[in-house]
Design a protein around this ligand. Structure first.
Ligand code: NAI
Length: 246
């Protein structure tokens, strides 16, 4: 798929991996909707892209709420006429020992990380079916492949995302809609960095990546671009994890 002129929606694009993906997509000439629950950050991100000469708008969304996601897709079509690329990237994490994890906190993680992929895919696919196809990329995680103490809810949601990706890929392959995922290791974003992790936790995380450092958001964005561009890849999950799961 040639990305120039294509319309892409990126959820969780106010920061981190989503922002790097929005930047990479606009660098390829795509029009981008910066979709995030963080209005201030999302508007700033869209402005930064516009200032760099890109076509970008901010649309507020709560990825965990179907009505909000349906509105995001409707507003995207209003702004740009169609949707070619959907990057379901918004995510949160809650770390807790499972016997202390409240059902509410567990549901919150499932709602954003897993329900968000369902809603984003469902409503984007409805538009893609009208226009003859498109590409969906979901952000999974190494925690959907390997276990980690205290990451129970994240693992549940990200494991689901990987298999939801395969199910969607099979279901829509003959409709020219490809569905893939990226599975990042620990990436230097607001979620995992020297500020949010204790020095010990940071060093422990680095030690789990054979490459000897955490990843950069642009390195995940690079894989997302590949999955958008390559027309023969569907149902795949690319590990971008410095060898963590090798
Ligand atoms: P981040 O915290 O920088 O970005 C997450 C973005 O999602 C934020 O802009 C936040 O406002 C937005 N968001 C949160 N809840 C939302 C909601 N309900 N609706 C819409 N937007 C919402 O973190 P990062 O690292 O860029 O995370 C992006 C994705 O990468 C997430 O799905 C995360 O689970 C995944 N990931 C991150 C890893 C890391 O180490 N940073 C490792 C593996 C996966």
């Amino acid at each position: 798929m040639e990305l120039a002129g294509k319309v892409a929606v990126v959820t969780g694009a106010a920061s981190g991996i989503g922002l790097a993906t929005a930047q990479a997509l606009t660098a390829k000439g795509a029009k981008v909707v910066v979709a995030d629950i963080n209005t201030e950050g999302g508007k700033a991100a869209a402005k930064e892209l516009q200032d760099a000469g890109a076509e970008a708008v901010f649309i507020e969304v709560d990825a965990s709420q179907e009505e909000s996601v349906a509105n995001l897709i409707a507003e995207t079509v209003k702004a740009f006429g169609q949707i070619d690329i959907m990057v379901n990237n918004a995510g949160i994490r809650a770390l807790s020992e499972t016997h202390l994890l409240s059902y509410e906190d567990y549901r919150k993680v499932i709602a954003v990380n897993q329900d968000g992929v369902f809603f984003g895919s469902k409503h984007a696919i409805r538009e893609m079916l009208k226009t003859g196809g498109g590409a969906i990329v979901n952000t999974a995680s190494i925690l959907g492949s390997v276990g980690e103490a205290r990451a129970f809810a994240v693992s549940a949601s990200k494991g689901a995302v990987k298999l939801m990706t395969k199910s969607l890929a099979l279901q829509y392959a003959d409709k020219n809609i490809r569905v893939n995922a990226v599975s990042p290791g620990y990436i230097e974003t607001a979620m995992s960095n020297r500020t949010t992790l204790s020095p010990e936790a940071y060093e422990r995380s680095v030690a789990k990546h054979p490459i000897g450092r955490l990843g950069r958001p642009e390195e995940v964005a690079h894989a997302i671009i590949f999955l958008c561009e390559n027309d023969f890849v569907t149902g795949a999950t690319i590990m971008v994890d410095g060898g963590y799961t090798a």
